[in-house]
Design a protein around this ligand. Structure first.
Ligand code: ZN
Length: 164
C-alpha cells in the first residue's frame, strides 16, 4: 500500500549509510570492552523467551547493553524525521522507540541491568560506563575472585586497541 521510501536510489543510499553508522561505534565499544578483559555475547537475546536482542550481553551478570542508532531509534539530537514519505516513517520510528521502552522495562522486570547509549556517544565513555556496571556487579555480590578489568584503553589519551 505504502510505496517504499527506499525505492529511490538516493534514499536507499541514505538508509544504508545510516545502517553503517549504527554498527561502527558499537564495534569500537566492543573492542574497548574486550581489551579491558570483559567477555560477552554479541547481538543476543538476553532473556529468552523474550525475543528482544541486545547488542552486548553479559549473561551471568545480567547486563544488557544497547547502542541505539540515532536514526532508527530517534535520537533527540540526530533523529530527524525523514522528509520524504513521512507518513511511512513517522509511525515506524515511533514504534521503534516504543519497543525500546518496552524491552528496557521487560528486562528490568527480570532483574537485568539495562544500559542504553546513542551511537553518537564517545565509545570510551560508553565503555567506561559498561565496565563500571560490570565491576559494580562484583562489589554488589561480594565476588572478589573474578578477573579485574584492565582499564588502560579507557582513558582519552590511549590509542585504540588493535583487534577484537
Ligand atoms: Zn545522535
Amino acid at each position: 500500500m505504502v510505496e517504499s521510501w527506499a525505492s529511490s536510489e538516493g534514499a536507499r543510499r541514505t538508509m544504508l549509510a545510516n545502517r553503517r553508522r549504527d554498527t561502527k561505534p558499537e564495534l569500537r565499544v566492543r573492542r574497548l570492552l574486550h581489551a579491558a578483559g570483559l567477555r560477552y555475547t554479541v547481538d543476543a537475546p538476553p532473556a529468552p523467551p523474550l525475543r528482544a536482542r541486545a547488542d552486548i550481553v553479559f549473561s551471568r551478570r545480567r547486563i544488557a547493553v544497547f547502542i541505539d542508532g540515532c536514526f532508527w531509534h530517534g535520537c533527540p539530537t540526530h533523529g530527524v524525521q525523514p522528509k520524504s514519505n513521512e507518513t511511512y516513517w513517522r509511525p515506524k520510528l515511533a514504534r521503534n522507540r516504543e519497543r525500546d521502552t518496552q524491552v528496557t522495562s521487560d528486562l528490568k522486570a527480570r532483574g537485568w541491568t539495562v544500559l542504553r547509549f546513542w551511537e553518537h556517544e564517545d565509545p570510551r565513555a560508553v565503555a567506561q560506563t559498561v565496565v563500571a556496571a560490570w565491576l559494580g556487579w562484583d562489589s554488589a555480590y561480594g565476588n572478589t575472585s573474578s578477573p579485574k578489568a584492565d582499564t588502560k584503553y579507557l582513558t582519552s589519551s590511549a590509542a585504540d586497541p588493535k583487534s577484537n
